[in-house]
Design a protein around this ligand. Sequence first.
Ligand code: SF4
Length: 377
Amino acid sequence: MSKDLFQELKFRDPARARALAQALARNMDAIGREVAVMHVCGSHEQAIARFGLRAVLPPTLRLVMGPGCPVCVTDGPEVDEAVALALQGVRVCTYGDMLRLPGTARSLADAQAEGGEVEVVYSISQAIELAQAHPAEQVVFFASGFETTAVATAAIALARPPENFSVLSAHKYVPAAMDLVAGSKETRIEGYLAAGHAAIITGWEIFEPFARRTGAPVVVAGFEPLDILAALVKLTELLKDGRPEVANVYPRCVTREGNKAAQASLWKVFQPASGRWRGIGEVPGGNLALTPAFAHVDARRRFAIDTGPVRDDSAAAEARGCLCGRIMLGLATPDHCPLFGTACLPESPVGACMVSSEGQCRIWHTYGGVPDLRQVG
Ligand code: SF4
């Protein structure tokens, strides 16, 4: 790529950042009251915290993170299923962040320590390679992630995987959780930033019924600091003008209709199902279950999974003071938690939000939450 083309991109242009911050301040002045908006993506939170964007937001604009960390919302009983499989002799493969995620009694790391076969993989393709390398063993991929990641799982299911390979789906569907948040009287979220990578698959039109139904505008945002600031300017503009519409400020990647082929694969392999999200509870249509046509790769249908009695792990963590549930609903931030950075640390997490690099507590522990620029020399 030529140097000129790099200069064209201008993703880190301080003058543009200042101009966007000023436009944001003007919009909030015109609105004239406090407003809370939510993003639902760990990658957005990483960029917001890493680049200290909350320090340049007008004080009346509250930008909160919702249920945007797929590892955090994987429920304890789902982890229990993976643990039970590992302890009954199945080789369980999953992403690294899932290893220390607490189940109701044990994590997969605990199962590994007890002799269970647990492998960390970087992609589902690597799990397929393991199944091919161990044809005499059963290999289960414990699949977490939102609809973006579920597309990769769907592609593998459609590609005739080895007979000794199956999927334990903990995939979640974000629009269902947005409906739940919007329906909550407590959260009072007035507008949403939608994750650009998920919208590459779904297209931005998927949010139109949501915006009409809830009266809350939605803006699709990319992941550079300027993408996020520009999306906030657009979102506050829509709020100022009372227009509950969908806007796409990530047009270099996202189209109105999205990737139709990927959507077709996704809905051939998965169907929405009601299920629990950790810390949040039952989310109607919030889980992605394999369709009956893919029963041959569905670990829940292929194995008798005995998890034993289930405890409510969220309640146990809450009893220790963990605010993960409230954080994932945008009702609290990590600094409200008395355990943040003391009893709860990345190496010894109490709640799920500290386990994953996409969890808000872990992100704030790494980068800080709301930097005070007055302290910068
Ligand atoms: Fe839960 Fe730890 Fe976050 Fe507190 S800091 S809310 S205990 S994950």
